[in-house]
Design a binder for this molecule. Structure first.
Ligand code: HAH
Length: 353
């Protein structure tokens, strides 16, 4: 009798531990953050064709951004031609699997097609023509995914990094002056009044650039332009930003009464633009990266009232845009998963709270 009771208890204990382990094994990043904010990732349509990668994405993330295929040049290569296939595949996968989608991006100086700015004789178009083309582009792209893409990076990187310059001297700016920014938001709002509209930029913590971005957003909001949120790209490093700088940045943007998302998070293991002697991920980099990620997510959690999403820029260290930028051919290790999609030490820190 006693023996069979003991046996029953051990079987039960074993069963519970098997079940708990199984649950633990299925648990992904997004589950640890379910009471905080959605956790997203930038992907290419090719990720979805590989079943192991797509299962991995579904396990860890509940929001998707297209790394490239929704940008103006890839999606609208000629005036009368759109290339919807990649964007459609991502939106379809997200809809089927209940993931959110952030649209990236409607108006940017990079990866914009040449035809947008020139006429058939190669002359720069007028402000009227350019704004008309921008409106058409935004209406077509935002309209197609209305109700399926909940947020758009409407304008990307319009503020200058130069100390003596407010807005970037892009073709948008050269042709339209600063009006293209407000117009882009108005067009996006017309196309989908329910979409959350973002201004998105990098180096958003650098004190000088931060003042300019703040000034731009304040001016737009005072003029009732529908800018609902700011995207801090979050292309950071093991040394930057400090907790103090991050906290004061979030406080300043939040004081505008807008939501904040970290839209393109990665933590470079380099703090300079030199080619290293060895291309491996060193124990020192691993330790600093673990500390930096722990600090970042601790801060994000404290600000869950204003932070409405955190998105990683790429899936794993297997491939990151930082493998070639800003130093061509320099391998980086900026994400939470290694080249075999295994969680790194930094991952354990991020889920340990
Ligand atoms: C981002 N620019 C873009 O928003 C994204 O679309 C692209 O795929 C990768 C990065 C970041 C950036 C930077 O950090 C420094 C200089 C230029 C651009």
């Amino acid at each position: 009798m006693i023996r069979s009771k003991t046996l029953l208890v051990s079987v039960l204990l074993l069963w519970t531990s098997v079940v708990t382990n199984a649950q633990h094994a299925d648990k992904g990043l997004k589950d640890y953050y379910k009471n905080y904010f959605p956790v997203g990732v930038a992907i290419t349509p090719r990720h979805l064709q590989d079943s192991a990668t797509s299962a991995f994405i579904r396990r860890h993330f509940n929001s998707l951004t297209a790394e490239n295929v929704m940008k103006m040049e890839p999606i609208h290569p000629q005036e009368d031609r759109y290339n919807w296939s990649g964007a459609d595949a991502i939106v379809h996968f997200a809809t089927e699997n209940g993931l959110k989608v952030r649209g990236h991006t409607l108006c940017w100086h990079n990866q914009a097609p040449k035809w947008m700015f020139y006429d058939s004789e190669g002359k720069m178009v007028s402000k009227d023509t350019l704004l008309h083309r921008l409106r058409k582009h935004i209406h077509n792209v935002v309209g197609r995914y209305k109700g399926r893409i909940y947020a758009w990076d409407v304008v990307n990187e319009a503020v200058s990094d130069n100390h003596n310059e407010f807005l970037r001297n892009s073709l948008w700016y050269q042709i339209c002056g600063e009006d293209f920014i407000a117009q882009a938001f108005l067009y996006a709002h017309e196309a989908d009044p329910d979409a959350v509209l973002f201004y998105n930029d990098y180096n958003t913590e650098s004190p000088a650039k931060r003042e300019k971005i703040y000034r731009l957003l304040k001016k737009l909001r005072d003029a009732n332009i529908p800018v609902h949120a700011i995207g801090l790209q979050g292309h950071w490093s093991i040394k930057n930003p400090s907790r103090e700088l991050l906290v004061s940045t979030i406080d300043q943007y939040a004081s505008l009464g807008i939501k904040i998302q970290i839209t393109e998070l990665d933590v470079s293991v380099f703090s300079n633009d030199k080619m290293p002697e060895h291309h491996n991920f060193t124990p020192e980099q691993e330790q600093l990266q673990e500390q930096q990620y722990a600090m970042l997510f601790d801060t994000f959690r404290k600000y869950r009232d204003v932070i409405s999403g955190v998105t990683f820029w790429n899936v794993s260290d297997r491939s990151s845009w930082l493998d070639n930028f800003p130093v061509k051919g320099r391998k980086n290790y900026p994400l939470l998963f290694d080249e075999n999609l295994q969680p790194k030490k930094a991952y354990r820190k991020v889920i340990d709270f």
